[in-house]
Design a protein around this ligand. Structure first.
Ligand code: DX5
Ligand code: ZN
Length: 215
C-alpha cells in the first residue's frame, strides 16, 4: 500500500471547502502543499496564510514542499501555520544540515527535495537526518507536467541506499504521477505518491486516490 498525498496546487481554490471535504473522506494519507516564491522556481503559488486556512479544514498531516530560497527564514511561520512535514530543496540550501536541525527542533518531520538533475549521491551524507526524500520527477514550478522517465533509475538507486543503511527514510515522488505510470514508480521502490492533476482533474477523485493507494 502506497502513501498517497494529493497536491492541492491542482485543486479548485474557489471550492476549497468541497475539495477539503472530498479529501477528508478519501483514503488520502497526507496533503501536499506546494509553496513557490518566484525565485527558486519561476512561479508563485501561496504561503503560510493559505496553509493556515487549509489546515483548519483538515485532519490529515500537511506535507509542505518549499520551493523557495532561504527556507530557514520561514520555517517557524510554516510550523505555526500547521505544517507537519517541511521539505526544503537541497539546491536552495548551502547549509542543509542546519536547516534540517531547525525543522526537527520545531517538531516537524524533515524532508529534502532533489531536482531532476541532482544525483541521488548528493544525499549520501544527509540521508540519516531526513525523514522524507522528495524526488522531483518534473522540473519544479508547475503542475501538470510529464514524468521524466530517468526518475525510475534514481528511485532504484535511492531505494538501495536506504535499504543498505537500514534507514526508514520515505521516498516521495513528485510530478507527473498518473494511474498508468504509478505501478512502475512503486515497483522501483517509492513509498509516497504525490498527485495533483491525476487526482483533481479525474471524474472521480476519491476513486483515483483509492486506486493509487492500492499500489
Ligand atoms: C511541482 C509540484 C508538484 C505538483 C504536482 O512543482 O511540486 O507537487 O503540484 O502536480 P502534478 O501531479 O499535476 O504533476
Ligand atoms: Zn510538490
Amino acid at each position: 500500500m502506497s502513501i498517497v498525498a494529493p497536491s492541492l496546487l491542482a485543486s479548485n481554490f474557489f471550492k476549497m471547502e468541497d475539495e477539503c471535504k472530498m479529501l477528508n473522506e478519501s483514503e488520502a494519507d497526507w496533503y501536499h502543499l506546494d509553496v513557490m516564491d518566484g525565485r527558486f522556481v519561476p512561479n508563485i503559488s501561496f504561503g503560510p496564510m493559505i496553509i493556515e486556512f487549509f489546515r483548519k479544514a483538515t485532519t490529515k498531516p500537511c506535507d509542505v514542499h518549499l520551493m523557495i530560497e532561504e527556507p530557514g527564514n520561514y520555517a517557524e511561520q510554516f510550523k505555526n501555520a500547521g505544517a507537519n512535514h517541511l521539505i526544503v530543496h537541497i539546491e536552495a540550501c548551502p547549509h542543509l544540515h542546519r536547516n534540517l536541525e531547525q525543522i526537527k527542533s520545531l517538531g516537524m518531520k524533515t524532508g529534502v527535495a532533489i531536482n531532476p538533475h541532482t544525483p541521488v549521491s548528493a544525499l549520501s551524507d544527509i540521508l540519516h537526518d531526513t525523514d522524507i526524500v522528495c524526488m522531483m520527477s518534473v522540473n519544479p514550478g508547475f503542475g501538470g507536467q510529464k514524468f521524466i522517465p530517468y526518475t525510475l533509475e534514481k528511485i532504484k538507486q535511492l531505494r538501495s541506499m536506504i535499504d543498505e543503511r537500514k534507514l526508514k527514510t520515505l521516498i516521495e515522488i513528485d510530478g507527473g504521477v498518473t494511474i498508468e505510470n504509478a505501478p512502475s514508480i512503486v515497483a522501483a521502490g517509492a513509498d509516497v505518491l504525490v498527485a495533483g492533476n491525476t487526482v483533481f482533474k479525474s471524474k472521480d477523485p476519491k476513486e483515483t486516490i483509492r486506486q493509487l493507494k492500492q499500489l
